[in-house]
Design a protein around this ligand. Structure first.
Ligand SMILES: Cc1ncc(COP(=O)(O)O)c(C=O)c1O
Length: 388
C-alpha cells in the first residue's frame, strides 16, 4: 500500500533495516557461490559521491565520459591492445548480448539461419542473447577438462555461422577454453570470436606472476575480436559494471544507435540501456588507479591461497572431490553418496547461500575476497556434518 501520509525518516530506516536483515551480506561470509563481493571502499566512496551521473547522457557529463574512456584504455592495456573500441555496460549479460548483436550486424544479411557456435559450458546469458536477437545457438561438446574442443567448433561451422563465443573463466569451474586454437579457427574462417572473460578478466592477467598457469585469452591472439569483463566481479567495483572491448571500430559502430533528440555524444548510444549509472564506471576507474596491477595481484594471491585451503579441506574427506584442479579462485565440489540438492538445501537452511553447477554436477564455490579462512573452514565443517 502506498500511504497518503509519509512516515518519519527514522521509522522508514528501521522498517527497511528490519526487512534487509533477510539479505545475506558478503561480510557474513555466507554467500559461497557469489561472483560479486563487498566493493572496495574507494569504489563505494566514489559511487556515493556520483549517484547523479548518467552514463546515458555523456554530453551533459563529459568528465564521466572521459573517465569511461580512460577505464576502457586501462582494461585494453591489461588485455594487450593499444586502442580498444568499446563501451561500459551493466554486466556480463548485457556485454554478451551486445557482442552477439555486433556479430549479427557485421554478418551478411543474406544468411538464412544466422548461428552462433559456443561450447556447452557457455554462460546462460549467451542463450538469452540468442533468444532476444532471434539467432540460433549451436552448442559444441567439451573435453574431459570441461573445455571447448576446437575441432568440434571447426566442424560445426557452416555457411550460417556468424560468430563464435567462448569463455575465459567459466561460470561452473573457472575453466579457460583453448582460446589460441579457437582464435586461429575464427581467423581462418573470418568469423568474429567473442571471449567472455566476465569473471576471468580480472584474474587471469595476474596469475603468471603468482606462479600459477595462466592460459592465453586476450587480444594477443589475432582471431579474438571482442572480450567482455566485469569489474563488478573480481574488479571489486560496485554493481553494475562491465566492459565490452572490440579490436576494431566497425562492430562498435554497428551497435551504435542514434538517439535523435539528444545532442553530442549522448546521441550515440551503445549500451542496451538508456539512462544508466556512471558511478560504477567512475568507481572502477578509481579502484584500478588506486590498486594498480600490484594491488590486484595481492588480492588474487589471497583468493588463490584461500582456494588452496578449500582444496585441502576437500582432499581431507573421502566423500568430497573436484572435477578439475582449479585454474582460478572458483571450484566445483563433488559429493559422493547423497544428492547435491539435498546437501545444498541443508546448507541453505544453516544460512549458507549456494549455487549448483550442472556441468558437471557440483556445488559451486567462488572464493571471493569475502570468503576468508574462517568462513571456508566453517563451511567445510558444516558440509562434512551433512555427508553421513
Ligand atoms: C562467464 C560469465 N559470463 C557472464 C555472466 C553474467 O554476468 P552478469 O550477472 O553480470 O550479467 C556471468 C555471471 O556469473 C558469468 O559467469
Amino acid at each position: 500500500m502506498f500511504a497518503e501520509q509519509g512516515l518519519p525518516k527514522k521509522q522508514v530506516l528501521e522498517l527497511l533495516s528490519k526487512t534487509l536483515n533477510l539479505d545475506s551480506t558478503y561480510d557474513s561470509g555466507y554467500p559461497v557461490s557469489s561472483m560479486s563481493s563487498t566493493p572496495h571502499k574507494l569504489g563505494i566512496e566514489i559511487y556515493s559521491d556520483t549517484m547523479d551521473r548518467n552514463a546515458g547522457r555523456y554530453y551533459t557529463f563529459q568528465g564521466s565520459e572521459q573517465i569511461e574512456h580512460e577505464t576502457l584504455n586501462m582494461i585494453g592495456d591489461l588485455f594487450q591492445i593499444n586502442h580498444p573500441y568499446g563501451t561500459s555496460t551493466s554486466g556480463g549479460t548485457e556485454s554478451n548480448i551486445l557482442a552477439m548483436l555486433a556479430a549479427r550486424e557485421t554478418s551478411s544479411s543474406s544468411i538464412q539461419r544466422p548461428t552462433i557456435i559456443a561450447p556447452e559450458t557457455i554462460h546462460s546469458s549467451v542463450e538469452k542473447a540468442a533468444w532476444i536477437l532471434g539467432l540460433n545457438l549451436f552448442k559444441t561438446k567439451i573435453d574431459d577438462q570441461y573445455r571447448a574442443i576446437p575441432e568440434e567448433i571447426e566442424q560445426a561451422i557452416t555457411s550460417d555461422t556468424i560468430g563464435i563465443f567462448c569463455t575465459a573463466g567459466t561460470t561452473y569451474l573457472g575453466q579457460v577454453d583453448p582460446i589460441p586454437e579457437i582464435a586461429s579457427i575464427a581467423d581462418t574462417h573470418q568469423l568474429p570470436l567473442h571471449v567472455d572473460a566476465a569473471f576471468g578478466g580480472f584474474v587471469l592477467p595476474f596469475l603468471k606472476a603468482l606462479g600459477y598457469p595462466s592460459p592465453s585469452f586476450d587480444f594477443q591472439n589475432p582471431g579474438v575480436t571482442s572480450i567482455s569483463m566485469d569489474p563488478h566481479k573480481m574488479g571489486l567495483a560496485p554493481i553494475p559494471a562491465s566492459f565490452l572491448l572490440f579490436r576494431n571500430q566497425e562492430p562498435l559502430q554497428k551497435i551504435t544507435m542514434n538517439v535523435p533528440y539528444l545532442l553530442g555524444s549522448s546521441a550515440n548510444q551503445r549500451s542496451l540501456l538508456g539512462t544508466r549509472p556512471a558511478g560504477p564506471i567512475l568507481a572502477t576507474w578509481g579502484i584500478m588507479k588506486h590498486l594498480g596491477r600490484k594491488g590486484y595481484r595481492n588480492i588474487i594471491e589471497i583468493c588463490m591461497n584461500n582456494t588452496m585451503l578449500a582444496m585441502n579441506r576437500i582432499a581431507e574427506h573421502p566423500k568430497l572431490g573436484v572435477p578439475i584442479q582449479p585454474i582460478m579462485n572458483l571450484l566445483g565440489i563433488q559429493i559422493e553418496g547423497k544428492p547435491l540438492q539435498q546437501i545444498a538445501g541443508a546448507m541453505e537452511h544453516k544460512g549458507w547461500r549456494m549455487a549448483l553447477s550442472p556441468i558437471p554436477p557440483t556445488i559451486r564455490m567462488v572464493v571471493m575476497p569475502h570468503l576468508e579462512p574462517d568462513a571456508i573452514n566453517a563451511f567445510f565443517d558444516q558440509l562434512i556434518q551433512e555427508l553421513d
